[in-house]
Design a protein around this ligand. Structure first.
Ligand SMILES: CC(C)(COP(=O)(O)OP(=O)(O)OC[C@H]1O[C@@H](n2cnc3c(N)ncnc32)[C@H](O)[C@@H]1OP(=O)(O)O)[C@@H](O)C(=O)NCCC(=O)NCCS
Length: 150
């Protein structure tokens, strides 16, 4: 399986929204929210899609301003997980954060999402705090940070 990463464009939004709705059925972003993110590229955002053949199987986005960056979102469609695609996209976001002069990257992850936490642990993110009942269903958010100078 050959995977290509490339910048996300507005034309990708329908395919990206399909993965978004399947991945986050309870709290999917709207297409308008995602379009707003793309509208702010390349000033403060960097969004990529992962493509297998003609199909968009994943996407991820970074917010970067000053010396800090945030992983805004990352998702891989269910049938393509554990194949290195999420890791490849995260590697690209971290590289972009470095290119833009960030020294730290932050993110929030649901406390009940061990799969994503495993990816972030693997990439050297550290737990720095908890936002209790951060999500609408009452689940806590774990706040994580990766120091890019380390
Ligand atoms: C999180 C997510 C994007 C990871 O994508 P992925 O393509 O499956 O990740 P990778 O295959 O690159 O995995 C990288 C490493 O993370 C760890 N990892 C990933 N999924 C894991 C799992 N289910 N259990 C344990 N470790 C896991 C492993 O160390 C893995 O490396 P390995 O397969 O060589 O052991 C994917 O699981 C996903 O879309 N989940 C639903 C959406 C989501 O939770 N997004 C994050 C919101 S904060």
């Amino acid at each position: 399986m050959s995977v290509t990463l490339r910048p996300m464009t507005h034309d990708d939004l329908p395919a990206v929204m399909k993965v978004e709705r399947e991945t986050f059925p309870l709290d999917a972003w709207s297409e308008g929210m995602l379009r707003g993110e793309l509208d702010d590229q390349p000033r403060t955002r960097h969004y990529v899609v992962a493509v297998v053949g003609e199909e968009i199987v994943g996407y991820a986005g970074l917010y970067a301003a000053g010396d800090q960056a945030d992983v805004q979102t990352i998702a891989v469609s269910e049938g393509h997980r554990r194949a290195g695609i999420g890791g490849a996209m995260l590697t690209e976001l971290l590289a972009e954060a470095v290119r833009r002069g960030a020294t730290s990257v932050f993110l929030e992850v649901r406390a009940d999402n061990p799969e994503a936490q495993a990816v972030y642990d693997r990439f050297g993110f550290e737990r720095i705090g908890l936002r209790r009942r951060y999500y609408e269903d009452g689940t806590d958010a774990i706040m994580m940070r990766k120091d890019l100078n380390a």
